[in-house]
Design a protein around this ligand. Structure first.
Ligand code: AMP
Ligand code: GLY
Length: 434
């Protein structure tokens, strides 16, 4: 089987690493990939939004399956384009068509879907500039903090959480006036949920599904969850509070109703569903859907997945997922993200990196923003640079491996959080003490 994997981040490195271990894999192309993905496949300069070019590539390289890492190409109809081209219509695509991708591409669509299918989520209403006064009145009804979300894709920045009512009203108008371009022409206002977040990953063929290991992500730039939001500074899997009882609630109240809801609505869907959940006193609520895997969560999910990923994808394409079970490594996986100085604000690119040879086999390096320069040396090329993932019997063991090897990768401005997983250690110990 020849596979084309779309994407260039740590998530795609982790997927490529896992795919490359499959006996069913012949050739892996990663488009565009990065300095790390060339260890697992052939990097290929392809623009995922140039649909004819992608279809031509599939034909000329005898690609049997396309795995789409990020959401944007899906929202922009890459899967639809591959299915619509007679030459590529039979190629398996892991990732939904544009209709299903609206679960992530439009918060208003996702909220209406959840309400329609009785899936627990925060109470909400959507507003445009035509009914901004109603939006202000809705804010008057809610208690702080106020949650304002741009309806469309806003590169992870479209959610504002505001304590002050007058400021929330001001920001509502600013969003509707184009703060996030057309993405905030519609704004979802919703109730604030307090609790601990976790990410749950589902692979579905539209009828059957499997649930992959869950993970906890660390979004803020600095220790103790301070500073601005980032794409994610580290992750841990499993999540101590996601015990059998909690996960049964997640499956019964969220996963199954979501897959059944897609069927009822006539929305075909073959791919990942990432549930951003809030654990509110033991009850799962959906904060968001994503139509892809998480990053850096994938960097802790893939090392724990013992099942063959190519086989799971083939079962997805053939609609046989209800017959599949996933085998999961019971050990803990942690990842620590090394980022460029200044991230998530502006940062330098092309910074020389060293220390790769010193990293021992206790960790796996998943490259995110790296590339090979003209002389073949690895340099930085993004805000999030490398995820250092490690497995061990407990969180402490995995963290000590990740941090030991994280220290060895050097580049000017390198920054990382030092408290990844500490809250999970506390939660685990509190539960054990009960
Ligand atoms: P989203 O893009 O919808 O995941 O929102 C980004 C982040 O904002 C989430 O990861 C949460 O930390 C936070 N958030 C979003 N919606 C809510 C909510 N209703 N209550 C509390 N926090 C929220
Ligand atoms: N780490 C969160 C995300 O991938 O959206």
């Amino acid at each position: 089987m020849n596979i084309l994997l779309i994407g260039s981040g740590g998530r795609e490195n982790a997927i490529a690493w896992k795919l490359s271990q499959s006996k069913s894999l012949d050739k892996l192309f990663v488009a565009p990939g990065n300095a790390g993905s060339s260890r697992f496949g052939v990097n290929t300069p392809l623009d995922p939004n140039d649909h004819p070019a992608v279809c031509d590539f599939i034909v000329s390289n005898k690609v049997d399956m396309v795995v789409v890492g990020p959401e944007e190409p899906l929202v922009r109809g890459l899967a639809d384009a591959i299915l619509a081209d007679k030459r590529t219509a039979a190629v398996a695509v892991i990732g939904p068509q544009a209709h299903g991708a609206q679960l992530e591409g439009s918060k208003d669509f996702a909220k209406a879907f959840m309400v329609r299918h009785d899936i627990p989520t925060a109470r909400y209403r959507s507003f445009t500039s035509a009914n901004v006064a109603e939006g202000e009145a809705f804010l008057d009804e809610l208690r702080p903090p106020y949650v304002l979300k741009a309806d469309g894709l806003a590169a992870g920045k479209g959610v504002l959480i505001i304590d002050d009512l007058a400021e929330a009203k001001k920001e509502l108008r600013a969003m509707l006036d184009g703060m996030f371009g057309s993405a905030s022409a519609t704004v979802v206002i919703e109730e604030y949920l307090s609790g601990v977040e976790l990410s749950v990953f589902v692979l579905t063929d539209g009828k059957g599904y499997v649930i992959l290991p869950e993970a906890k992500d660390y979004k803020r730039i600095r220790d103790n969850d301070e500073g601005p939001n980032t794409g994610g500074m580290g992750a841990v899997s499993p999540v101590p509070f996601a015990d059998a009882e909690f996960m049964r609630k997640v499956e019964d109240r969220v996963v199954r109703p979501t897959v059944e809801g897609l069927q009822k609505d006539g929305i075909p869907y073959k791919g990942f569903i990432f549930l951003g959940l809030m654990n509110c006193g033991g009850e799962p609520y959906v904060i968001e859907y994503n139509v892809r895997m998480g990053d850096p969560e994938t960097e802790v999910v893939m090392p724990r997945l013992q099942s063959d990923l190519v086989d799971l994808f083939v079962a997805t394409a053939e609609g046989r997922l209800s017959d599949e079970t996933v085998k999961v490594d019971p050990r803990v996986c942690t990842t620590v993200m090394l980022v460029s100085g200044g991230y998530p604000g502006s940062y330098a690119k092309g910074v020389a990196m060293s220390g790769f040879d010193a990293v021992d086999s206790d960790s796996i390096l998943f490259h995110a923003g790296t590339k090979s320069d003209a002389d073949g040396r690895i340099v930085t090329s993004g805000g999030r640079v490398i995820a250092v993932s490690s497995l061990a019997d407990d969180i402490e063991g995995a963290l000590s491996r990740s941090y030991r090897n994280a220290e060895k990768i050097k580049f000017d401005g390198r920054f990382f959080r030092h408290d990844i997983g500490q809250d999970m250690i506390r939660i685990r110990d509190q539960r054990a003490a009960k």
